[in-house]
Design a binder for this molecule. Structure first.
Ligand SMILES: [Zn+2]
Length: 300
């Protein structure tokens, strides 16, 4: 049946693919305290797991991942504390097990720890039972290390499978932050049925990786100067504030934590903090507020 080319699909087939996971109602609540814009900063603490996920075990690759935990995270936590910004850290379980003190430091700093797969696996390459098992084990691992059970997740590499939403619902998660159908939060709809799951949308534009990644033996090179990225994110924030919406950002310690790039985070937070109508919140806090705005609450 799948041997058909897409141009041969009947309407129910292409419509079915589109409807599998869809954006439902927009969830754009009033922000607490009459604030005008919500700012949700996140870090994917991948560290060594991206090379490990690919079976890449060269010490050189793993050292670049270790930099994230060893050097970048302490710097980042200091900047967040300086500006009083609660953030969300999405941590693959293997990364958490390699760096348990780091996970405890997130919790001690008042930050959210949320799920990001087991070893940064690609969900679309997995059987549903394996995807479910890995996510369940990763949630249990983070709960054990951080002291709090995660309520949200981000799929590793934003690789969202046909089964990811059902698995996340079965495991009791309240939000996902991997999809891109809006600037504001929205409810996820599965095959036409509202699920009550909140999506806190991401975008490559608001992600450090596309601007700064470098691959020695490939063609990938950083192509945007850090201060150009700063201006881009300031423009994103300013427009979100004008709209009264959400500014969400995805960063990676091993990427943003280098000296010349930490300037970007520091100056961005300095710009955002210059306004007194900003609500800094974790992804869980934003998702909970958005979830409370659901017109039809889930029946479960
Ligand atoms: Zn990641």
């Amino acid at each position: 049946m799948d041997a058909q080319e897409p141009w041969q699909w009947d309407e129910p087939v292409w419509r079915g693919h589109v409807d599998r996971v869809r954006a439902g109602q927009r969830l754009a609540p009033a922000w607490p305290g009459g604030k005008r814009v919500a700012v949700a900063i996140s870090f994917d603490s991948d560290h060594e797991t991206i090379p490990l996920r690919d079976g890449e075990t060269r010490p050189g690759k793993l050292a670049a991942g270790q930099y994230g935990s060893r050097v970048a995270v302490p710097r980042i936590l200091e900047v967040l504390e300086r500006f009083g910004v609660p953030s969300s850290f999405f941590v693959p379980a293997v990364s958490a097990l390699l760096h348990p003190d780091e996970v405890r430091a997130y919790a001690a700093g008042g930050h959210e720890v949320a799920a990001h797969g087991w070893i940064h696996e690609r969900n679309t390459l997995l059987a549903p039972a394996d995807e479910s098992d890995l996510l369940a084990r990763s949630i249990d691992t983070l709960e054990k290390l951080s002291g709090t059970r995660p309520v949200g997740m981000r799929t590793p590499s934003w690789d969202f499978s046909d089964d990811t939403l059902r698995i996340a619902l079965d495991l009791g998660l309240r939000y996902d932050s991997s999809l891109m159908a809006d600037d504001d939060c929205y409810e996820l709809v599965a095959d036409g049925v509202p699920t009550g799951m909140v999506e806190l949308p991401v975008e490559w534009i608001r992600d450090d990786a596309p601007y700064f990644m470098m691959e020695r033996f490939g063609s990938l090179r950083p192509y945007t100067p850090p201060r150009a990225v700063l201006q881009l994110w300031i423009d994103e924030f300013d427009a979100a504030r004008t709209d009264g919406g959400l500014f969400q950002l995805t960063l990676h310690p091993h990427i943003i934590g280098h000296r010349s790039r930490l300037v970007v985070l520091t100056e961005l937070l300095r710009h955002i903090s210059s306004f007194d109508d900003v609500w800094f919140a974790t992804h869980a806090q934003v998702a909970d507020l958005a979830g409370a705005a659901l017109i039809t609450p889930p029946t479960t």
